[in-house]
Design a protein around this ligand. Structure first.
Ligand code: CA
Length: 516
């Protein structure tokens, strides 16, 4: 077997082993040392002797400091590394780097559903919004009836989705931070994949009343002349006698929306109508070498095509904050990045942890020693374009907020995906190295494998294999273009593996406020 190692920057004194199954001790690396230890796939090998206390460099940055002298050819695992402190949020370079302008990409289109507010859906879904967890069982029952009895009559509707969640009551709803889960629910209800149709199922006595979740004026009227009032089914209404009558009410209201959704057709729209959220989960050391750089290349293509691309995951960008603030389009954008990450630092401090609480046992088994190394590999998903906007958690992008956006969210896969849905995402890209069957009911999720071994074993779960980059079969540029074209296909209706298997995870709200 030809030994294959990957080094990210010429300053690096470690490289990662790319071979499936790793490499045994005694392997001579081409132009490098002989391995003194067995090094698992994705893990780091010292390319030269590293004295105690010296920086261990990957991506050209110190991902840690050697706790003891490390000989060339040693496996450099987490126990040998002291993690550097997080960069202070004062004195950062603000909007100092202007990336070289790139020519616009013209002529790329997809087939989407144009909404009354001008946004575009990639799917035509009926969403049933809920104000409180109490109604979830009833809504799940109604959903099955809608699927079985109604959807066959409305063939142009792609599906029905329940927006259920654990919020709505038993919470300190007037606490300042409660604004985050409340606006998240409001904005998810208005996601472009729901066609501007909003129907709500409420219990009646809950703290989060429908009018608080969706105040008058938040919903674009689907068709001129129609009643713009909020469509609410309240289970505690006296008109409801028995469970069956609640289900009848939900089905009756669902029909009204299905009629309108069913009249919609896909039309050719420019690629600039894409609002793509990217994130990673179940990461390994290949994430930052194969899949995330390919996503970054595709992100640049999307920006050049006039589209919107969001990257998120606060704890995975915190150690790269200098890269973000310097790449901000304006000092105001840089200040907004500092404001969001500073708020998040304080949020973590309240729980007596910091960004290092992010890494998982699987990350470490996959070769990621600590959050600094993980962050350097995560941030490359954002590509190289200037950061044009910053979005606080649960907020929705305005139509004029295009380009590269930092949507500040936790890195938790479900919370990040939920907040990106609220931001107006109509397409999701998810990279994984360890493997996760992650999916969302409200939006197609394109999953990108970081390793060929994972792509082979999970052949009917991974939509794209970026492991081809580590194998030497494809360049980052080729993978980036492949992803860009796949995104246009999926936006036009091609179903992802998760959609084919109907896999989806729960919506999970970010609620930093107290419960009662
Ligand atoms: Ca994540």
């Amino acid at each position: 077997m030809q030994p294959l190692t990957l080094r990210m920057d010429e300053r690096d004194n470690v490289a990662i082993v790319a071979n499936d199954g790793g490499l045994p001790a005694g392997t001579a690396l081409p132009g490098g040392p002989v391995l003194l230890d067995k090094v698992p796939q994705g893990h780091k090998v010292a390319l030269q002797a590293i004295p105690a206390g010296a920086p261990v460099l990957r991506y050209g940055v110190a991902i840690g400091f050697a706790k003891q002298a490390i000989e060339a050819g040693r496996w450099v695992h987490e126990k040998l590394l002291e993690m550097p402190a997080a960069r202070a949020l004062e004195g950062l370079p603000m909007a100092t780097v202007t990336p070289a302008p790139q020519p616009p990409l013209e002529g790329f289109t997809f087939e989407g559903y144009r909404n009354p507010d001008g946004s575009v859906g990639t799917r035509n879904l009926l969403a049933i919004t809920t104000t409180v967890q109490c109604v979830a069982g009833v809504v799940a029952h109604a959903l099955q009836r809608i699927r079985d009895e109604l959807l066959p009559q409305y063939p142009n509707v792609d599906g029905v989705v329940a927006l259920d969640h654990a919020y709505g009551c038993g919470v300190a709803i007037d606490a300042p931070d409660a604004a985050i889960p409340i606006r998240t629910l409001r904005h998810i209800s208005l996601n472009p994949n729901f066609g501007g149709e909003v129907m709500v199922v409420s219990l009646g006595c809950e703290k989060l009343q429908p009018e608080r979740m969706l105040p008058p004026g938040t919903i674009a009227i689907a068709e001129a002349g129609e009643d713009a009032g909020l469509d609410v089914v309240r289970l505690q209404d006296e008109a409801h006698v028995g469970f069956g009558s609640m289900i009848d009410s939900i089905l009756r209201q669902a029909r009204v929306h299905l009629e309108r959704l069913n009249r919609r057709r896909r039309e050719t729209v420019p690629a600039s109508e894409l609002v793509v959220g990217v994130q990673c989960g179940g990461s390994d050391a290949f994430s930052g070498v194969t899949a995330n750089p390919a996503v970054g290349f595709a992100a640049d293509l999307l920006v050049r095509a006039g589209a919107t691309i969001m990257f998120s995951e606060n704890t995975e960008v915190r150690d790269a904050v200098e890269q973000l603030t310097s790449r901000a389009a304006t000092p105001e954008v840089a200040e907004a990045i500092v404001r969001e990450l500073g708020w998040y630092d304080r949020y973590l401090e309240r729980g007596r942890v910091d960004r290092s609480a992010n890494t998982t046992p699987g990350n470490k088994a996959g070769g990621l020693s600590n959050i600094v190394e993980k962050a350097m590999g995560s941030i490359v998903k954002s590509g190289r374009m200037p950061i044009a906007h910053v979005l606080p958690p649960g907020e929705k992008l305005r139509r004029d907020q295009r380009g590269l956006v930092f949507a500040a969210t936790p890195a938790s896969d479900f919370i990040c995906g939920t907040l990106q849905l609220a931001a107006g995402m109509n397409l999701h890209v998810f990279t994984t190295g360890r493997g996760t069957p992650y999916g969302l009911a409200a939006c197609p999720v394109v999953k990108v494998a970081t390793r060929s071994d994972l792509a082979r074993r999970w052949h009917d779960l991974m939509d794209l294999n970026a492991g081809q980059v580590a194998d030497g079969a494809k360049s980052i540029e080729e993978m980036g273009w492949a992803l860009f074209r796949l995104l246009l296909d999926v936006a036009s209706g091609r179903r992802t593996w998760a959609e084919q298997h109907r896999l989806h995870n729960a919506l999970v709200l970010f609620n930093p406020a107290p419960v009662t």
